[in-house]
Design a binder for this molecule. Structure first.
Ligand code: SF4
Ligand code: SF4
Length: 210
């Protein structure tokens, strides 16, 4: 089970309500005059790769935030949302409008899903390369399993966009050796929810329709 933040949207004038929601563990999308949008979240734990607050930023292509020193958001983290991501944060709030609390407990079945192992981009880091070699699987570093992209070694996908290591039952064929990027991908994050929606139209915690 995962406890994930519930996303609400607020007008700028309701900063206190937005801050109260975030202090209770939720995320606030704050619409300001002039069309600017801020995402207000609890301060991410940058050293915790499973931190759902941090991943809510990564899903927007952002990795930086500002901890507010004063004002209604004192002690909370704020990130300005790029214009091309406004619809994304609006949809998050619309998705969560049915949940009355600031957080929501939810259970996912990864073996019934596998969405994040499709149409993805997985770079292999130094640790992955060393791990593959140590396990006698240097073949995993070559074609057909990898390709070079901007000097990085990246997992190659099948034409169907599935990862080559994803088996028919959604198990990972190299689970014990799987790349670090796969092992730290957090279930219940906005990236997970987005993958489920894009790949299978599974909305939030829906079971797969297949
Ligand atoms: S998208 Fe989420 S629920 Fe689906 S397999 Fe990946 S981590 Fe699990
Ligand atoms: S290596 Fe395994 S965990 Fe990573 S994307 Fe492929 S199937 Fe999924």
């Amino acid at each position: 089970m995962v406890v994930r933040p519930v996303v609400r949207q607020y007008k700028e004038a309701y900063a206190r309500e937005a801050a109260r929601h975030v202090r209770a563990g939720g995320h606030a999308v704050v619409w300001e005059k002039g069309g600017k949008v801020r995402l207000v979240i609890p301060v991410p734990k940058a050293d915790d790769p499973m931190d759902l607050h941090y991943w809510s930023l990564l899903d927007l292509g952002k990795s930086r935030w500002k901890k507010m020193p004063s004002g209604p958001y004192r002690g909370l983290a704020i990130a300005m949302i790029p214009r091309d991501c406004h619809d994304i944060v609006r949809r998050r709030a619309e998705r969560d409008a049915v949940w009355p609390e600031a957080q929501r407990a939810i259970t996912f079945d990864c073996l019934a899903c596998g969405a994040c192992c499709r149409d993805n981009y997985v770079e292999l880091d130094k640790d992955d390369i060393a791990r593959f070699r140590k396990a006698g699987r240097a073949d995993l570093l070559r074609r057909p399993y990898t390709r070079k992209k901007d000097g990085k070694l990246v997992l190659r996908l099948l034409k169907s966009k599935r990862c080559r290591h994803l088996e028919d039952d959604n198990r990972c064929a190299i689970y014990e050796l799987r790349p670090s990027a796969c092992s730290v991908f957090p279930v219940g994050s906005e990236c997970c929810l987005n993958a489920r929606e894009v790949e299978f139209e599974m909305y939030d915690g829906d079971p797969p329709a297949r």
